[in-house]
Design a protein around this ligand. Structure first.
Ligand code: XMP
Length: 510
């Protein structure tokens, strides 16, 4: 295992993802995590991330003592390099000019980390004025005489640039060399290995007792269920609540993949009437979310009771959620929407959690899903919000309007999938869907005047769903979708395309 200490850089998570890409298992810890937590996994080396502070300023985070005391190899990146320098008695000072963007570095001494000339990505205001005793520069750029340095004897390395970002094309190889060649970490973190490890861990945690799962049809809860089912078979009982707010064919697809495909015992609860009853007359987005959340909890509680109150609850928590919840400053962010997750259950329910995806990134979850035999259509499916179509059916949510929305959505996403733009490995769109607007406008069909509702199409590209750009879709595809929707979906006579990015808009309309 390689331990990454997070000094607050925007790209700390990327370091972990890149190392995992190199098939090396790593974990990300806050830089002030208790030593015992970090050392418990017996790290074979440490990577120190970048960060926004200046290491010589009062209160700036410093390199914890246990890192150097461990005698293991260390790679400091940007602020990490400066923290290493500071801790070892070298000198860090403001650079005359902030260096931001691409730079070319040349290797200046033989070393196991990097060689030759490379394009790298710089983003720093401070620089190393004097390397600590024992260190020598191993690369330089026009702006930074010490773009990288090393103490080869003690296996300590520092790079001023960011090997984890895409703009450093050789960065993945540098991280691999550090972890595998220098630290001796095994490059064996493969989907098969992950499954094997998780299966053993789940068996050990739950023994012969029962685990309850709430399946949303999304990738995470499905993969988590498949993994636990591989470990404990029919001790897993999965509940799938049909809220009446699902997409076209969704209930059937989930059933086929999990029940028919993997043999998971799936209790399908038909609760559409209750959900729609709760939503009658409600148009406020937050009120919709809150009613859906509450109803979900009630339905789930009833089922859990009927199933004899199993002691364990399966959660599809993935690593980014874990990292986010550890970063206290991010909790102060303003609440834009109340996110409701299927599985967002009451705190007073007495469950022990089983979280087999807790250390996996989304792309690893997908690979594990494929390894476990889930169909590619489910594994590459776009995310779908917990409150379902209710937040895409603007205005009042009724069965009739949902049907309209479902039909329009199926046409749009079907065309996008057929064009290879959505729902497959490497597809350019992160999310795409139809939104039904409570806006009536005049149209003409044949010789008839119509006065009907409007459908908005939303398609975005996004890495992390925190920001998103609207997709420049081919005009002929948009024309075909629009034509099909007004012809095939009763009650809709107008289609518009949403050209707002996030921010300032959000991906969903409510
Ligand atoms: P927004 O609309 O906030 O959405 O830009 C960002 C991502 O989150 C999804 N989303 C939700 N997911 N429960 C969820 O599980 C929710 O309540 C929820 N609201 C939005 C949205 O689909 C997008 O992927």
């Amino acid at each position: 295992m390689i331990a990454i200490l997070d000094f607050g850089s925007q790209t700390s998570q990327l370091i972990a993802r890149r190392l995992r890409e190199a098939q090396v298992y790593c974990q990300l810890f806050p830089c002030d995590a208790p030593a015992g937590d970090v050392l418990a996994g017996e790290p074979q080396g440490f990577v120190l991330s970048g960060g926004p502070a200046s290491v010589y300023e009062p209160g700036a985070p410093q390199l914890p003592d246990y890192v150097l005391a461990s005698g293991k190899p260390v790679l400091g990146i940007c602020y990490g390099m400066q923290a290493l320098t500071h801790a070892l008695g070298g000198r860090v000072a403001p650079a005359g000019q902030r260096e931001y963007g691409a730079a070319d570095i040349r290797s200046t001494a033989e070393n196991p980390l990097l060689a030759g000339e490379q394009r790298v990505w710089m983003s720093h205001g401070d620089r190393i004025e004097q390397a600590p005793v024992g260190f020598a520069p191993i690369a330089s750029s026009d702006n930074a005489p010490v773009a990288a340095m090393a103490d080869l004897e003690r296996k300590l390395f520092g790079v001023q640039f960011h090997p984890e970002v895409q703009h450093t094309p050789g960065g993945l190889e540098m991280l691999r060399r550090f972890a595998v060649d220098i630290c001796g970490a095994p490059a064996d973190w493969s989907p098969g290995h992950i499954v094997e490890q998780s299966v053993a861990a789940v068996r050990q945690q739950v023994g012969d007792r029962a685990v309850l799962a709430a399946i949303s049809g999304g990738v995470d809860s499905s993969v988590a269920a498949a993994l636990v089912h591989r470990a404990i078979g029919d001790q897993l009982v999965a509940i799938f609540v049909d809220t009446g707010l699902l997409r076209q064919g969704e209930r059937q697809q989930v059933r086929e993949a999990l029940q028919a495909g993997l043999g998971i015992e799936l209790v399908v609860v038909d609760a559409a009437e209750q959900f729609l009853g709760d939503l009658a007359g409600v148009t406020d987005p937050e009120e919709k979310r809150s009613r859906i959340g509450e109803r979900f909890i009630r339905v789930f509680e009833e089922q859990a009771k009927a199933l004899g109150q199993p002691p364990f609850l399966l959660q599809g928590t993935i690593y980014p959620d874990v990292i986010e919840s550890r970063a206290p400053e991010r909790h102060h962010a303003q609440r834009i929407k109340t996110h409701h997750n299927v599985g967002g259950l009451p705190e007073d329910m007495d469950f022990e959690l089983v979280e087999p995806l807790r250390y996996l990134f989304k792309d690893e979850v997908r690979q594990v899903g494929l390894e476990l035999g889930l169909p590619a259509g489910l594994v590459w499916r776009q995310p779908f919000p917990g409150p379902g179509l209710a937040v895409r059916c603007l205005g009042e949510v009724t069965a009739e309007r949902l049907e309209r929305l479902r039909a329009a959505d199926a046409i749009f996403t079907g065309e996008l999938e057929a064009a290879g733009l959505l729902g497959t490995a490497g597809a350019p769109l992160a999310q795409a869907f139809a939104v039904l607007l409570p806006v009536y406008s005049v149209g003409v069909m044949g010789d008839q005047r119509t006065y009907q509702e409007c459908v908005a199409l939303r398609a975005v590209s996004s890495q992390d769903y925190m920001t998103a750009d609207w997709a420049r879709l081919p005009e002929d595809l948009l024309a075909r979708v629009s034509g099909r929707i007004v012809n095939e979906v009763k009650g809709v006579n107008r289609v518009v395309y949403d050209i707002s990015s996030k921010p300032p808009a959000t991906i969903e309309w409510e």
